[in-house]
Design a protein around this ligand. Sequence first.
Ligand SMILES: NC(=O)c1ccc[n+]([C@@H]2O[C@H](COP(=O)([O-])OP(=O)(O)OC[C@H]3O[C@@H](n4cnc5c(N)ncnc54)[C@H](O)[C@@H]3O)[C@@H](O)[C@H]2O)c1
Length: 358
Amino acid sequence: MTTHRIASLPGDGIGLEVVPAAQQVLDAAGKRHGFSFDWTGFEWGCEHYTRTGRMMPEDALDTLKGFDSIFLGAVGYPGVPDHVSLWGMLIPIRRAFEQYVNLRPVKLLRGITSPLRGIEPGDLDFLVVRENNEGEYSEIGGRLYRGTPRELAVQEAVFTRAGVERVQRYAFELARSRGGRCDSATKSNGIIHTMPFWDEVFRGIAAGYPDVDSREYHIDALAALFVLDPRRFDVVVASNLFGDILTDLGAAIVGSIGIAPSANLNPEGTYPSMFEPVHGSAPDIAGKGIANPIGQIWSGAMMLDHLGHEQAATEIVDAIERVLDEAAVRTPDLGGSATTEDVTAAVIEQLGQQGGGA
Ligand SMILES: NC(=O)c1ccc[n+]([C@@H]2O[C@H](COP(=O)([O-])OP(=O)(O)OC[C@H]3O[C@@H](n4cnc5c(N)ncnc54)[C@H](O)[C@@H]3O)[C@@H](O)[C@H]2O)c1
């Protein structure tokens, strides 16, 4: 029997609730399909920071390197500045392990009503490929003359040819494998150095994929089209910041940020990849037992896919859809009254009702 060694990092807030919930579902899927998980939990995050002054220990990356994958909840909690929590844990992992693709599906599941008029399940099923290692999220810059009228802040964006090419090529390969198209988010009218460079690289990569249609959209127009005509998209590739914002919008048009999954991929497999929902630690509902676990469970399905268990991954997404649709078990963010535990139990029950595992 295959056993996957997974580092489990619940992090903060509702991460502590949705990660154990999703682990139960993954264990159940493994049992059906003849594989198992060896979960090792790490209590890193804002509480660790408050105790030790670090979000995670100094040797954390060395520790994580040995795992097959990382399963993360969310980081961030009131009392610790958000840039400290993010740069102390999430971003170092993404960068050290060259998880340069942040893959975020935007799919309207059965049983969910989109806030957009006239959109039905089946209408929306596209992927955002967010550059995850560089771009606007850089450490380069600084502040001067703090607290004086002359105070200033400078933040540099970093776009390298190697970094842009690899993520755009990944997006084109993905579009080709889906028989679809690949569109790019730019802002080369206003941002005059990095974005024309992003576009030039995009055109160069596009030339190598004559079978894949592509188009460049300014990010403002693209955001509007996510609302006005989202059916047109198949794969959208975007820089770190643009992809971050677009995917919260993507999550909103498919019903709730509580559902949206993501994968931080090191496509070469040199380092472990990391799977986490799009949402944050939701301090406003933490500890109430009502967090929607579906984003975390679906992220777990993406992890299964990555580990080579495509059938088990498909079954989990199918079970989620039946819970939302036929069983109508939904947490309050989706207008229901179910708890995290109710939804988790319902997904496991639906998994059990599917045809025999393989
Ligand atoms: N990847 C990450 O770890 C990540 C991502 C975003 C934000 N954060 C951090 O999380 C903290 C809160 O940030 P925020 O409020 O901007 O974003 P958030 O995603 O945590 O919450 C936004 C809203 O969505 C709701 N929500 C989120 N996930 C939900 C779920 N699973 N079920 C039901 N409702 C859900 C919350 O209750 C809240 O009203 C901050 O510290 C922020 O830095 C972390």
